[in-house]
Design a protein around this ligand. Structure first.
Ligand code: PMP
Length: 342
């Protein structure tokens, strides 16, 4: 007997995520605003795709040898994806991560069995930036024992972007029957935006691609003026950048905005309360961006964005009235009630 409806291993359960209509954002704009539920990936985020794309490419090229160590610098989600895939395919992982990231993500990574190395959050120009530390670790390991470690390098390894073009972008095209008129998201490595943007524009050059950038990131200003300049800051994690990565460099971006937390975090709360969607801070930036793109294109368009991971990864911040007040972010009455009733 052959059982047909099974996935043979973890990698086969990544991607093909549901595309869900966001009711409130659609009603507000007269557009059909749709979101890919990337929190439904087995590791809980869009970065499972990145991890798988990088890993398959490295297995094919021989950069990652059987039994070698997977090493990466990450805000957390890529590390979780790599470590889970590593567990499923016989690799151990060492993950460098800035110590400013949420405890929930650090714990999620620790329970995968990965070795988590928390390092101070410093600018990319500093040699102690987490990505440089990861690269140095691999260089030293391979100098001692060639082929013993692999640096995934999600920011500048364009296998990241290419995998999004081949999976996320194609899925969006097919799930909307080619009716997608605009796509928008925030970027960390740039892999998602560039990959989806290139895939959609290759199928219809009229599709508009937009960047939703959090406060504190230099990219929206860069797209609009050619100058890397950042202002303000954000409680969001995993998004925003001070530099143009190899994955971001070819992103075909038509529009770009900076989106403050006071605009994005209320979307996180509204999605939870009115639509039952538990999402993280970058998803709030994405949905705020989708509303801006809908307004720019006018009613009647199909706009797609992503729900990149779940709010449970940031619960102590995003759903914590005292924390939000300390950041001057509005606290919805229902959230206050939920905690005062305890
Ligand atoms: N949202 C979350 C929650 C993330 O962890 C990341 C990646 N760090 C992104 C968005 C950005 O995706 P990308 O790296 O493809 O630009």
């Amino acid at each position: 007997m052959t059982i047909t409806h099974i996935r043979p291993h973890l990698a086969a359960a990544i991607g093909c995520t549901p595309l869900i209509k966001l009711r409130r954002a659609s009603e507000l704009t007269g557009c059909e605003i749709l979101a890919k539920c990337e929190f439904a990936n087995p590791g809980g985020s869009i970065k499972d795709r990145t991890a798988l794309g990088l890993l398959l490419d490295a297995e094919k090229s021989g950069a990652l040898q059987p039994g070698a160590l997977i090493v990466e610098g990450t805000a957390g989600n890529t590390g979780i994806g790599l470590a889970l895939l590593g567990a499923s395919r016989g690799y151990r992982s060492v993950i460098y991560m800035p110590d400013t990231q949420s405890k929930e993500k650090i714990d999620a990574l620790r329970i995968t069995g990965a070795e988590v190395r928390l390092v101070p959050a410093v600018p990319y120009a500093n040699p102690n930036h987490y990505a440089h530390q990861a690269r140095r670790f691999v260089e030293e390991a391979n100098a001692a024992e060639p082929g013993s470690a692999w640096f995934a390098n999600q920011f500048d390894n364009t296998a990241n972007r290419d995998f999004h073009a081949a999976t996320t972008g194609v899925e969006i095209w097919e799930q909307t029957d080619g009716q997608v008129a605009g796509f928008v998201c925030a970027t960390g490595t740039g892999g998602t935006l560039a990959g989806v943007g290139l895939a959609l524009k290759a199928r219809n050059a009229q599709v508009r691609i937009a960047l939703a950038d959090p406060a504190g990131s230099a990219l929206a200003h860069y797209v609009n003026t050619g100058e890397l300049k950042a202002e303000g800051n954000s409680i969001s994690e995993g998004i925003g950048s001070s530099r143009v990565t190899a994955n971001f460099a070819d992103a075909p971006i038509d529009l770009a905005w900076n989106i403050p937390d006071v605009e994005s975090v209320p979307w996180v709360h509204a999605l939870m309360h009115a639509e039952g969607l538990n999402v993280g801070g970058s998803s709030g930036v994405n949905v705020a961006g989708a509303v801006r793109l809908a307004r720019a294109l006018g009613p009647g368009h199909v706009i797609v964005t992503l729900l990149a991971d779940a709010g449970t990864r940031y619960q102590a911040k995003l759903f914590n009235p005292a924390f939000l007040r300390g950041k001057d972010i509005p606290v919805p009455a229902w959230l206050d009630t939920a905690f005062s009733a305890q």
